[in-house]
Ligand binder design. Structure first.
Ligand SMILES: Nc1ncnc2c1ncn2[C@@H]1O[C@H](COP(=O)(O)OP(=O)(O)OP(=O)(O)O)[C@@H](O)[C@H]1O
Length: 385
């Protein structure tokens, strides 16, 4: 049972956290075991490394160089360019553990950045953080950790791994504001067996308190934000840069096909969006209902047209029983809503709004992640009625 920390900045807090290293579930304690810690140079993974070391295990820090912004200042997007790598190295030096840096820029580029651009061009709204977790972080890092003879791979993700009767389960973090379970739905059972997430049971201020207690230079380092390879938030600008010939304008049409205006490229739009349509003189507010990439059309309609009764999912990852009632989260910031899964069709108990192809539908039983899939297409509640 995890104990609450009542002294956020005290020695007691740190001792509790190390004792909590039951997350590593290494039979007979961690001595004699080898833990590889995925280190991004931020405070979270640095504290994971400190906890791993304190558990008595041989600890090795591994950093993937994924993307270089061509500058030296860390954050806001940060994805292990110069300064972050140096920060990770400094933490490892302080802890007296080995640190290896691997250049995975080209795999990150193909698996995450190029795919991000192509998804936008196909009229979908991508979630690159899931692709990154599935590719560079969990596939590439896995292989590296195994090559290094590790017993487990530990990361600073805010999720919990609990062991039930059927084996390792993925659960939400205790801190709802930090929970990253939506972005980890595609973690396989095999990966889950090997992964450890020691921060999922802690609030962030406790993590920072441990970092300060340990004298880690990153204790006050700001959190990374948004999508690491788009630090200025200009997604459309990045897609234009990557695919200069593919971003063409087209028509904005209503549900009946009537042309209402023009747009500079479908990459600027996402289902449910209202801003930026620039089609005045309409009797009621209009929203993006659908993107039609072949015709380069943006289809708009009233809010009622956004109501979705069901979604077809692809690449379903199963981590628990999916046959009963469950709750489904269809955007990272959405609240989970009651639904049921029939084959690959997710049927909502009540119409759901803003369901966008390209996003993930993550399925929960309370705090437990039962699995999830990619939203391929949606069924309008109006048509289903
Ligand atoms: N480039 C990287 N190399 C190795 N591991 C990484 C890298 N980027 C992220 N990770 C691992 O994935 C975890 C989650 O990454 P995420 O980007 O969501 O968080 P973060 O804010 O970067 O965390 P941190 O405070 O550790 O920097 C990190 O805590 C770390 O364990």
């Amino acid at each position: 049972m995890r104990r609450a920390c009542v002294h956020p900045a005290s020695e007691t807090c740190y001792r509790d956290a190390v004792t909590d290293f039951a997350d590593f579930q290494l039979a007979g304690g961690a001595a004699g075991r080898r833990i590889v810690v995925a280190m991004s140079g931020g405070v979270d993974s640095s504290v994971v490394a400190a906890l791993a070391k304190a558990s008595g295990a041989e600890t090795i820090g591994v950093t993937l160089q994924l993307y270089d912004h061509g500058e030296a200042t860390a954050r806001p997007g940060a994805c292990c360019a110069g300064r972050d790598i140096r920060d990770a190295r400094a933490v490892c030096d302080k802890l007296g553990i080995a640190h290896y840096v691997f250049d995975h820029e080209s795999s990150f580029r193909t698996q995450v950045v190029d795919r991000f651009a192509d998804e936008y061009l196909a009229g979908r709204t991508p979630i690159p953080c899931v692709q990154c977790n599935m590719g560079p972080k969990f596939t590439d890092l896995f292989a590296l950790a195994r090559d290094l003879g590790a017993d487990c791979l530990a990361t600073g993700h805010y999720v919990r791994r609990l062991v039930g009767d059927g084996g390792a389960e993925l659960h939400r973090a205790i801190d709802p504001a930090r929970d990253q379970s939506y972005f980890l739905f595609a973690t396989t059972r095999e990966q889950l067996d090997f992964l450890r997430f020691p921060l999922g049971g802690m609030p962030k201020d406790r993590v920072r308190a441990i970092a300060a207690e340990m004298g880690l230079g990153v204790a006050g380092k700001p959190d990374s934000q948004d999508i690491c390879f788009v630090p200025d938030g200009d997604y459309a600008g990045l897609v234009r840069k990557l695919r200069p010939t593919a971003v063409d304008g087209g028509e904005i049409v209503d549900l009946g096909g009537r042309v209402l205006g023009e747009h500079p490229g479908i990459i600027h739009y996402t289902v449910g969006q209202r801003r930026g349509l620039d089609i005045g003189g309409q009797p009621e507010p209009l929203y993006v209902v659908r993107l039609e990439p072949e015709q380069r059309r943006v289809v708009v309609g009233p809010r009622a047209a956004l109501a979705v009764s069901a979604a077809r999912l692809t690449d379903l990852n199963v981590l628990g029983p999916l046959t009963g009632p469950l709750s489904a989260k269809v955007r990272s910031m959405a609240r989970p809503v009651p639904a049921r899964l029939h084959g690959d069709e997710l049927v909502f108990d009540s119409p759901e709004y803003g369901v966008s192809p390209g996003q993930a539908a993550v399925l929960y039983d309370g705090d437990r992640v039962l699995g999830g899939g990619w939203i391929a297409e949606t069924q309008s509640a109006a048509l289903a009625a």
